[in-house]
Design a protein around this ligand. Structure first.
Ligand code: KG4
Ligand code: ZN
Length: 341
């Protein structure tokens, strides 16, 4: 009989449930329903809608796993960070399951989950320096073990994914913007527009994307608005935007590379699907003689497999929560002094 962990992810617009074998780390089941098409019409995620869609999707996914209920030894759920009304749906389900199955509950930090997306179906390769780039975060994180992670740098305004989404919106391209901009950029000339590289003269090791986003806005206005731009101009602007984003990420990460001698480096989070950004970092890793660890494409966006994988570490360490301590949007662990906890 296997020791299975049932994990639930509902922090944003993906409803996902997985079963992970805590001993072998095998991903036994992984189910996901994306709400992308429902949010697309609004040009971004609408929290109330996301919450209602999770309430419909999660029970449907759970029903498919009924035959494995006897093997479930723990329930894991994303508690934070994320949209609180969305997180809430997963947390309610996890608590009810924990009571019904009489098994412990494990609250999971979504960001730690993204880091463990690197190690789905395998043992962790640590220590590691990670760049987490998603719709909500841009952070450089020193990862010592599953529970010991130190935040080294973060964004002072927009995240990278958010900047891609906003630029796509300004160009009337749709949501999510990341994959659309990346695709158009492939046809464009990255030197066509001279966009600024954020904070390049600042000694601060931090990220900032809102100035670049505004520079793109001004460029669109100078061209008479998105409706007056031709495909070539849209592709060129997308490519020039990506070039500045990558330069910024590389410049700031380089400073940390010089200070943190870890052999392993990885990009995790939704933006890690971007080939252009990945290739830039692969080159930097070569220069610094670092190993570039890659997330499998299907686990770059939000998913329950990564939540279950992190929870397998907590399960092995017998680190459990209780239904009273697990709360949606909980900052309980933030108070311990470690920003990422
Ligand atoms: O990690 P994720 O699925 O959700 C959050 O935790 O935020 O990341 C979603 C973000 C979105 O902003 C999306 O536009 C961005 O990741 N993204 C990309 C690409 N694919 C997704 N950004 C740049 N290039 C991509 N190929
Ligand atoms: Zn995420």
């Amino acid at each position: 009989m296997a020791d299975l962990i049932l994990s639930i992810e509902s922090s944003c617009d993906d409803s996902s449930i997985a079963l992970t074998d805590a001993d072998s780390l095998k991903l036994v089941e992984h189910l996901k329903l994306s709400q992308e098409s429902e949010h697309k019409v609004y040009g971004g995620v609408v929290p109330e809608l996301a919450s209602r869609l999770h309430a419909v999707a999660l029970p449907k996914l759970l029903e498919k796993l009924k035959s494995r209920f006897n093997d479930i030894k723990a329930v894991a759920v994303t508690t934070h960070p994320g949209l609180s009304v969305s997180l809430h749906e997963g947390v309610i389900m996890a608590k009810a399951l924990s009571v019904f199955l009489n098994v412990p509950i494990i609250g999971v930090n979504h960001l730690k989950g993204h880091i463990y997306s690197l190690f789905i179906e395998k043992e962790a390769n640590l220590p590691l320096l990670a760049l987490l780039a998603s719709g909500g975060h841009t952070q450089l994180i020193k990862v010592e073990n599953y529970d010991k992670m130190e935040l080294l740098a973060t964004t002072i305004d927009d995240s990278v994914g958010e900047a891609y989404d906003k630029v796509a919106k300004m160009l009337n391209l749709g949501y999510p913007g990341g994959p659309i901009i990346e695709k158009l950029a492939k046809e464009g000339d990255e030197n066509a527009f001279n966009l600024p590289v954020p904070m390049q003269n600042s000694p601060l090791v931090a990220f900032s994307l809102s100035g670049l986003k505004n520079a793109v806005r001004l460029q669109i206005e100078a061209l008479g608005g998105a409706q007056n731009m031709n495909r070539r101009q849209i592709c060129d602007l997308s490519a020039s935007f990506q070039k500045s984003v990558l330069k910024h990420l590389l410049q700031k990460s380089k400073k940390v590379f010089k200070k943190v001698p870890y052999k392993n480096f990885a990009i995790v989070g939704g933006v890690s699907a971007n080939e252009y950004i990945k290739n830039g970092f692969k080159k930097l890793c070569k220069e610094f003689n670092k190993e570039f660890l890659e997330v499998q494409m299907q686990y770059t966006s939000d998913n329950a497999a990564m939540i279950g994988r992190w929870a397998a570490e907590a399960y092995r360490a017998k680190e459990f929560d209780t239904i009273n301590t697990v709360k949606a949007g909980s900052t309980k662990k933030l108070e311990t002094g470690n920003f990422l906890k």
